[in-house]
Design a protein around this ligand. Structure first.
Ligand code: SF4
Length: 326
């Protein structure tokens, strides 16, 4: 009530959430949030959610907590029951998937949006300055919110979890600026493309600017990203060696180590590079071609080709100058 009277409204939407309002509300109500958040609780304490019975006993959860703290895994209980309290093994028992269990209902025809009721637009934008630190998912959210605030009626996919029909040509590596990024959207109604550009720009944060909006035929297939052109600049004092570049360009196989969630693995970066030119001792023009195989980022390519150490790559600036779709 206190927070509401101070103006808190629609707090689940992050653009409406004001931390200061809630801090003020806690102060007015004489409550210390730290008491609820940071206090170590005893195992005997009655917790606010203790009246909800999920079946799992507190003793079992306590044991699981101790196992987690000693980094012990808990085996799959379908092999041997661990007595967590959920199953009575008569009417409730651990779920085992059997292929034949799935119901086979009649196939539903795919739902299609009727042509004429929505329009596709191809939007080109720049991402520069501090906006380069927005990750791809943050960028997607930023655009969806901007479209909504601009009053655009986005078309959603059908089904259980509808999503707005928006699709980016690529996910730019974090920290990379770009003069040409594209996103395709589907919207209901027919706004003029010039007013569209202006109204979206009014809602975008600084660093992201729509430079063109083009209406595309409804049945036109989405174009694939074929090439990305980059200008890579290293800090003053770093001298890139011509002979390293020559060796790379003459090679057919040039492995670099990539680290991802699955661990380290080598990929051949030579087929990914269409051209690489040293324009000054610390500046490179690089064209990456996008194939269906593993991809590599410009920073990884430059680092691998010139065998650069950590200090040489720190402060590296990467600008995507343009892209080729087709
Ligand atoms: S089999 Fe049932 S009661 Fe036993 S540990 Fe698994 S979920 Fe808990």
């Amino acid at each position: 009530m206190e927070a509401r009277s101070l103006g808190a409204e629609y707090d689940a939407w992050t653009e409406h959430f004001r931390m200061g309002t809630w801090e003020e509300a806690f102060r007015c109500a004489g409550l210390d949030p730290g008491f609820y958040l940071y206090r170590k609780r005893s195992f005997d304490e009655v917790l606010p959610w203790d009246h909800i019975h999920s079946g799992v006993t507190k003793a079992y959860l306590k044991g699981e907590r101790e196992r987690a703290q000693t980094e012990k895994t808990t085996p799959d209980c379908r092999e041997k029951c661990l007595e967590c309290g959920v199953c009575d093994h008569k009417t409730v028992y651990p779920v085992l998937f059997r292929d034949g269990d799935l119901p086979h209902g009649p196939e539903k025809p795919a739902l299609k949006t009727a042509p004429g009721r929505s329009n596709k637009h191809h939007i080109t934008f720049t991402k520069t300055g501090r906006a380069r630190f927005l990750g791809h998912l943050e960028l997607v959210r930023t655009f969806i919110r901007a479209f909504r605030r601009a009053g655009l009626n986005l078309v959603y996919s059908k089904g259980f979890h509808p999503m707005p029909k928006i699709s980016f040509a690529c996910a730019l590596p974090l920290g990379t600026e770009s003069m040409q990024e594209t996103v395709d959207i589907e919207i209901a109604g027919t706004p003029g493309t010039s007013s569209l550009e202006e109204s979206i720009n009014l809602q975008l944060p600084s660093g992201i600017t729509v430079i063109s909006v083009e209406e595309v035929p409804f049945d036109k297939k989405k174009e694939r990203l074929k090439e990305s052109h980059f200008l890579v600049s290293l800090k003053n004092g770093v001298k890139l060696q011509d002979d390293y570049l020559e060796t790379f360009l003459k090679s057919e196989y040039f492995p670099v180590v990539k680290i991802n969630k699955k661990g380290e693995h080598k990929i051949n970066i030579r087929p990914l590079v269409k051209s690489m030119i040293l324009v000054s001792p610390n500046r490179i023009r690089l064209i990456i071609q996008h194939t269906s195989g593993p991809q590599s980022k410009p920073a990884e390519i430059v680092r691998g080709v010139f065998s650069l150490d950590e200090s040489s790559v720190s402060g590296m600036k990467i600008l995507k100058t343009n892209q080729v779709l087709g």
